[in-house]
Design a protein around this ligand. Structure first.
Ligand code: ZN
Length: 135
């Protein structure tokens, strides 16, 4: 269960974000998962539900963005989809100086807190309310 430890790490970062903003809950967490990252999105979503149960993240949706793999040929600079498992030679010139440029991603894109950014300190409406109180 490789996904379980990844889900735990994602949950940890999202929890930190919620804490920084003083949010009591989290609406959703968006992650980018590369085609070649070795992560199965369904397994990741399931693991995320398990690790967030009874935490501030309970009920938060894990939104998975799939990133297709891309490779670039160092000889002719052509780009192509290497497929899975990746075929690391260029379909155009058959060169082997191929470099993966996308597909290994595994990162958090953003964390959505209830009520927009969750920052309660600096909204114009709130400042107006305070001014009215002091007047
Ligand atoms: Zn090439």
């Amino acid at each position: 269960m490789h996904e379980l430890s990844i889900a735990a790490a994602v949950a940890e970062s999202a929890r930190d974000a919620a804490r920084r903003h003083g949010a009591a809950s989290v609406e959703s967490v968006r992650v980018r998962v590369g085609e070649l990252s070795g992560v199965v999105p369904d397994a990741l979503r399931f693991s995320f539900e398990v690790v967030t149960e009874d935490t501030v993240l309970a009920g938060a949706a894990l939104v998975v963005e799939d990133v297709p793999a891309r490779a670039r040929c160092g000889d002719c600079a052509g780009q192509f989809a290497p497929g899975t498992p990746p075929r690391l030679w260029c379909p155009r010139c058959r060169g082997a100086a191929v470099e993966l440029v996308a597909g290994r991603e595994l990162e958090i894109v953003d964390v959505t807190l209830p009520g927009g950014d969750g920052c309660a300190g600096n909204h114009p409406a709130r400042r107006d309310a305070q001014q009215r109180e002091s007047a």
